[in-house]
Design a binder for this molecule. Structure first.
Ligand SMILES: Nc1ncnc2c1ncn2[C@@H]1O[C@H](COP(=O)(O)OP(=O)(O)OP(=O)(O)O)[C@@H](O)[C@H]1O
Ligand SMILES: [Mg+2]
Length: 536
């Protein structure tokens, strides 16, 4: 459909006159065909063009205000709407898209994109589908997919205000990882809200409802005391569906913790970290018990006065805070090693769901730092010492919700900003196939380097200025997107992902996880019915 005519071009900005009676939306993709090139543009703003004199404006507005009719002579010649758009790519006569090198001529036609145009944009060449291309607020019948092997090691940042659809996207990504037939990727989720396993409420869906869950979900939970299979039953369209899921107890014995696990939370100053290592050297595997049992004075003496008592006091307090009340971290001899079980699940390309609804902030930090550190260590070690085994490892993506709490620009305690495992992964993970998925409502609070290193950014509605300006500042292709980011609807996103070969900010509608599960369940039940029918 014809939308208008180009009236001005400057740099990569194109202004076009909007045809009367036609609705053009902010964020919409449109095209201009000129001299066998196809220019694809995205609309970012509107501006009325007026050649009326101030006196005419005053007269017409006054008359309209009084409810009178106010005809404007030669209206179409002197007053019209224009839209401003940026050229995002140019498709040559062979249908190959590349960055814009030319501009369309004045007075060429601006049109809507058809299916072929959308296909030529190559938005669906990856293996992790996350949504549909969006044209304004409507969805087109073209999927947007990410290339897992390129996207994961370069990290992903997901940002959006509360209720914008961040957790929905997390579940959609988990579903995508689970449905890749080979164990090519793995995803680790720490779920503080207990919304991923069976949904946020009883009428919503979670990962357990997906047909692949029996093979590809590894559930770490306080609900079981030993490694076991949990059975989950639910009704769908009047049919009873049963899932048997591999579950592992959420329990970490003190013997599994070493000073690095604490240091890698980034919460300990250098003298405090030194103290942890002094204790470790002095007491070996009993170091943690001794730190908690002995008085600060006794530790001071036993360590030959190498650490100050004030440091010992603070360190004891911090460690107690992280270990919590003994629900997750237990001071017993134990038979299981949670991190080993998780790493083995990762090697099989599973989605590891660590369900921690009752964890305190301290427990959550220690647990996630410990698990992330151990994963990173295994990947780093294999890459160095057994490259062939490393090659076989799936790419692993570690999800961090509320990422601003882990990767703040400023230390929360006012002291120096200490490195933690997530800032290390963000800097060095790419060499080892370890990536992070940072989810946050406040990207403005996150360290700049982390935002820059997350090459794939999925921006959901984000109306606050310090947050969207930060993301725009550190992403290519978002220069003119400010208005659109502010006015996105829930589940609407702008996706920037050079590693996936997306060379502009792609407007997308993220799949609704609820609908995705229903689609998969319908297919699953139909297959079962077919199999039963054909066996008669
Ligand atoms: N793409 C989507 N399509 C349809 N519905 C969606 C979509 N994304 C989110 N929703 C719905 O919007 C609601 C809020 O989504 P969600 O819980 O994912 O938001 P959130 O950003 O994680 O919020 P919070 O910051 O509170 O964690 C949910 O009911 C969810 O089902
Ligand atoms: Mg959420």
């Amino acid at each position: 459909m014809k939308l208008g005519v180009v009236v001005w071009v400057e740099g990569t900005t194109v202004k076009f006159r909007v045809r009367e009676g036609v609705l053009v939306e902010r964020g919409q993709l449109v095209k201009v065909e000129d001299r066998s090139q196809k220019f694809v543009l995205r609309v970012y703003d509107f501006k009325p063009e007026s050649l009326l004199t101030p006196a005419e404006v005053a007269i017409v507005s006054k008359k309209k205000q009084e409810g009178e009719n106010a005809p404007i002579y030669d209206k179409g010649l002197r007053l019209y709407d224009t839209a401003l758009a940026t050229i995002i790519c140019q498709i040559d006569e062979d249908g190959v898209p590349h960055g814009p090198t030319g501009v369309p001529s004045l007075f060429t036609d601006v049109e809507t994109l058809d299916k072929l145009d959308l296909e030529q944009l190559n938005l669906d060449t990856g293996d992790l589908p996350i949504g549909f291309v969006r044209v304004g607020h409507k969805t087109a019948d073209i999927q947007v997919t990410l290339k897992g092997d390129k996207v994961i090691p370069h990290h992903i940042l997901v940002c959006g205000v509360t209720g914008s659809g961040k957790s929905n996207l997390g579940k959609v990504l988990a579903a995508a990882v689970m449905s890749v037939p080979e164990p090519r990727y793995s995803l680790v989720i720490f779920d503080c809200e207990s919304e991923y396993f069976s949904g946020a409420s009883h009428d919503q869906y979670g990962l357990v409802h997906l047909p692949e869950a029996e093979d590809r979900l590894f559930y770490v939970t306080g609900r079981v005391d030993e490694p076991s299979i949990v059975t989950y039953e639910f009704n769908f369209n009047g049919e009873l569906v049963e899932r048997k899921i591999l579950a592992y107890p959420l329990r970490v014995y003190y013997s599994e913790l070493n000073p690095s696990d604490f240091a890698m939370t980034g919460e300990f100053s250098s003298p405090q970290e030194e103290l942890l290592w002094l204790l470790y050297r002095r007491f070996k595997e009993n170091w943690l018990e001794k730190l908690l049992e002995l008085t600060s004075r006794e530790i001071y003496d036993l360590l030959n006065k190498l650490a100050k008592t004030s440091t010992i006091n603070v360190t004891k307090r911090k460690i107690r805070h992280m270990l919590g009340a003994g629900d997750i971290f237990v001071n017993e001899e134990g038979g299981f090693e949670l991190s080993k079980a998780i790493i083995s699940a990762i090697k099989q390309g599973k989605v590891v769901l660590v369900d921690i609804p009752y964890a305190t902030e301290g427990e959550e930090k220690l647990l996630s730092a410990m698990i992330a550190r151990k994963i990173f260590k295994v990947y780093e070690g294999l890459r160095k010492f057994d490259p062939a085994a490393w090659e076989r490892l799936p790419y692993v993506l570690i999800m961090v919700e509320e990422a601003h709490r882990y990767l703040a620009k400023h230390a929360l305690t006012g002291g120096e900003v200490r490195e933690n495992i997530f800032s290390i992964i963000s800097k060095r993970g790419r060499k080892y196939k370890v990536g992070a998925l940072y989810i946050t409502q406040m990207p403005g609070e996150i360290a700049e380097t982390v935002i820059r290193q997350a090459l794939t950014k999925i921006v959901l509605p984000l109306p606050t200025r310090p947050d969207y300006t930060k993301v725009i500042q550190y992403s290519p292709y978002l220069d003119e997107a400010e208005q659109e980011i502010k006015t996105l609807d829930r589940g609407d996103a702008l996706i920037v992902s050079p590693p996936s070969g997306l060379r502009f900010a792609v407007p997308a509608k993220i799949f609704s996880f609820e609908k995705l599960v229903e689609r998969r369940l319908r297919v699953e039940l139909d297959k079962i019915k077919m199999a039963t029918y054909s066996s008669f």
